[in-house]
Design a protein around this ligand. Structure first.
Ligand code: SAM
Length: 218
C-alpha cells in the first residue's frame, strides 16, 4: 500500500471513531489491524525521526544517570535512539498492539515499553528528558490544551522537553488531521511553567515543521 493510501485509510478510521464520539481508540484499531505490516502505519518510517537524530547529533546529550520518556512512541525507533545516548528510557503509547510490536522488534532493548494514556499517566512520572514528536498534532483540537498540559507535566524540575511537529501559519485553516500547532498553542508550554530556549522552523518537501526545546527551571 502506498503511503498516501495508508494515510487515507488511517484518516477514514479516525473519522469513523470520532463520529461516534471516540477520540482515541482508532490508534489501537489501526495498529491491531495492521498485523505488524508497518506499511499500514502512515507515520512508521522504521528509523528515528530525522529532526530528532540531527538534534541528538548536534546536542550530544549525555543521558547517563538520567531518565527520559517518549510520548506516543509508535514502533520505538525514537526511543531506541535516545536510549543509545545512555538515558534510562520509558516509551509509552496508548495502543497495546504498538507496545507488543515494539517488544517484538527490540527483543534486547533497555527501553521500558509501556501501554499508557498521555491523559492518565502515573502521578510519579517526572523525567529529565521528554520527547513529544507528532502525537499532540494527531489529537483533536478539542484535546489540544489538555494534551499540552499533560506533556509539560512529565518534565521534572531541571528537565528538558523536545517538541517536534508541523507548524501552522497564523491564518491557516486546520480542517484535516494532522492539525499543525500554532505559535499560540506552543506558548501554552510556557504557561505550564516551561521556558522555551530553542526554536527552529524548517521546510521539508513543502511541509513547515518545527523543533522546539524547553526546560523547566530547577
Ligand atoms: C502520529 S503518531 C506519532 C508516532 C511517533 N511519535 C512518531 O513521531 O512517529 C501518534 C502516536 O501517539 C499515540 N497516541 C495517541 N494518543 C495517545 C495518548 N493519549 N497517549 C499515548 N499515546 C497516544 C498513537 O498510538 C501513535 O502511536
Amino acid at each position: 500500500m502506498s503511503e498516501m493510501d495508508a494515510r487515507r485509510r488511517a484518516g477514514e478510521l479516525a473519522r469513523d471513531y470520532r463520529e461516534r464520539g471516540d477520540e482515541l481508540n482508532w490508534f489501537e484499531a489501526l495498529y491491531a489491524g495492521a498485523n505488524r505490516d508497518a506499511g499500514l502505519i502512515p507515520w512508521a518510517d522504521l528509523s528515528p525521526n530525522p529532526l530528532l537524530a540531527e538534534w541528538l547529533e548536534r546536542d550530544k546529550p549525555d543521558g547517563t544517570g538520567k531518565r527520559a520518556v517518549v510520548i506516543g512512541c509508535g514502533l520505538g525507533d525514537d526511543a531506541e535512539a535516545i536510549a543509545a545516548r545512555g538515558y534510562d528510557v520509558t516509551a509509552f503509547d496508548i495502543s497495546p498492539s504498538a507496545i507488543e510490536w515494539c517488544n517484538k522488534r527490540w527483543p534486547e532493548t533497555r527501553v521500558h515499553y509501556v501501554a499508557a494514556d498521555l491523559f492518565n499517566t502515573p502521578d510519579s512520572w517526572r523525567f529529565d528528558f521528554v520527547l513529544e514528536s507528532y502525537t499532540v498534532q494527531a489529537l483533536s483540537l478539542s484535546l489540544r490544551s489538555q494534551a499540552i498540559a499533560a506533556v509539560a507535566r512529565l518534565v521534572a524540575p531541571g528537565g528538558r522537553l523536545l517538541v517536534i511537529g508541523r507548524l501552522a501559519e497564523a491564518d491557516e485553516p486546520r480542517e484535516r488531521m494532522p492539525w499543525p500547532l500554532t505559535r499560540a498553542e506552543l506558548a501554552e508550554f510556557e504557561s505550564a511553567g516551561l521556558r522555551q530556549y530553542q526554536f527552529e522552523v524548517m521546510m521539508d518537501a513543502g511541509t513547515r515543521r518545527f523543533r522546539a526545546l524547553y526546560e523547566r527551571p530547577a
